[in-house]
Design a protein around this ligand. Structure first.
Ligand code: NAD
Ligand code: UD1
Length: 362
């Protein structure tokens, strides 16, 4: 099977990508992480070749092994730090890359407030190195992990992509800056084809129970915390505020199954026609904190203790996607229901109570 040479790709401005998936190699940065590993599985299952680059700063090489095991496919794994431009250049020099899905980065809001320089350096420099290497190697298809955090505290919900963009913390600022960089880069050259995917709240795990979210330390996010209570690693859930303007007073979010999210990336890879477009990836349905705790109890069969606590600084009452643009332009829809999200999360958590360390510790 002949791959298009780099020189050919540089010269081609093709409105339609007619090449079969088995001919297309996707560089997945951060592919050992939570969303990246699930996306790597989906890509391999659909016939793409996959190269993962990850520095394992927030993940385990075991996740990459599981990706290979689940799909029965070879995955090229390069352990490397994308803030080092020589690493990025060597990845492009030694592999025939057709498109990039860029997950790698730091993602904890509270930590970003304490260590802003580390967040700006890691997230911005990684992306700059990647964009420069793509441009000089004639690779113009990029899918970037943005976040609903770019909407800040929205004026209205559900939130359309046209809503005002604003952020309240350094993590969110890096997402917005990277979106701006992508818009400028795409405006400079019509060959760019960039999808900015604004994720709402990814949860759940691969249905095999072998791949899932494995946060370091105390989880910041609700579902991993609830699951660790259910499995007995933590005593109770603190419900951050019950006086919001929501039906039961607790925060409402748009939870999306990580497998649906992964499939959204493949839909974006197939997209043609616009240089740089943003898409909300969410379900459009909201669940409160108390509804999540109840659904997690039902999924696990474990009574999950909780206590009402103060609001978490910076939290908003309701975040809900308007996913119409992704539904119509990408032909993608998130259809896994909340009980499936929590059943899959529980299968992963109960089978691997200590995450990826579970099967290597004994
Ligand atoms: P994750 O931490 O599990 O995955 C990120 C991966 O990037 C990790 O494996 C980490 O080791 C790697 N990495 C970090 N810095 C790197 C560097 N300098 N070089 C190479 N690799 C590096 O996070 P995730 O939940 O899978 O999130 C993936 C992306 O999606 C992130 O950009 C995140 O900001 C974004 N996002 C996540 C959520 C969420 O709730 N999980 C929501 C919105 C957006
Ligand atoms: C968090 C991030 C946000 C990111 C999003 C998706 C913060 C401040 N914001 O938002 O930038 O885009 O995740 O990954 O971290 N809750 C509890 N108890 C807990 C944990 C959470 O009650 O122990 C509540 C929260 O107040 C919120 C809901 O559960 O109402 C969901 O919280 P979380 O999973 O952290 O997601 P977000 O707040 O949406």
């Amino acid at each position: 099977m002949q791959l298009t040479s780099r020189a050919d790709r540089t010269a081609t401005v093709s409105p339609v990508n007619v090449r079969p998936r088995s001919d297309r190699t996707v560089l997945v940065t951060g592919g050992a992480g939570y969303i990246g590993s699930h996306t790597a599985v989906a890509l391999l299952e659909q016939g793409f070749e996959v190269i993962i680059v990850d520095d394992l700063s927030n993940s385990s090489a075991r996740a990459v092994e599981v990706v290979g095991h689940l799909t029965g496919r070879n995955v090229t794994f390069i352990e490397g730090d994308l803030t080092d431009s020589t690493v990025v250049a060597s990845v492009f020099a030694s592999h025939p890359i057709d498109a990039v899905i860029h997950f790698a980065g730091l993602k904890a809001v509270g930590e970003s407030v304490e260590q802003p320089l580390r967040y700006y350096r890691t997230n911005l420099l990684s992306t700059m190195n990647l964009l420069e290497a793509m441009q000089s190697n004639g690779v113009f298809d990029l899918v970037f992990s943005s976040s609903a955090t770019v909407y800040g505290d929205p004026d209205t919900v559900p939130i359309p992509e046209s809503a005002p963009l604003r952020t309240t913390n350094p993590y969110g600022a890096t997402k917005l800056m990277i979106e701006d960089i992508c818009r400028d880069v795409a405006a400079s050259d019509p060959r760019w084809n960039i999808s900015l995917l604004r994720y709402f709240n990814p949860v759940g795990a691969h249905p095999s129970g072998q791949l899932g979210e494995d946060p370091n330390g105390i989880p910041n996010n609700l579902v991993p915390f609830v699951m660790q209570v259910a499995v007995g690693r933590r005593d109770e859930v603190a419900v951050f505020g019950d006086d919001y303007d929501t039906p039961d007073g607790t925060g409402v979010r748009d939870y999306i199954h990580v497998v649906d999210l992964a499939l959204g990336h493949i839909a974006a890879l197939d997209r043609r026609g616009g240089r740089c477009e943003a898409y909300n990836l969410g379900t459009g349905n909201g669940s409160s904190v108390l509804e999540i705790i109840a659904a997690a109890s039902a999924a696990s069969g474990v009574e999950i203790p909780y206590r009402l606590a103060d609001r978490r600084p910076g939290d908003i009452a309701t975040s809900l996607a308007d996913p119409t643009r992704a539904n119509t332009e990408l032909g993608w829809r998130a259809d896994r229901a909340l009980d499936v999200m929590l059943t899959d999360a529980w299968r992963w958590q109960s089978g691997n109570p200590n995450g990826f360390a579970s099967d290597t510790a004994s």
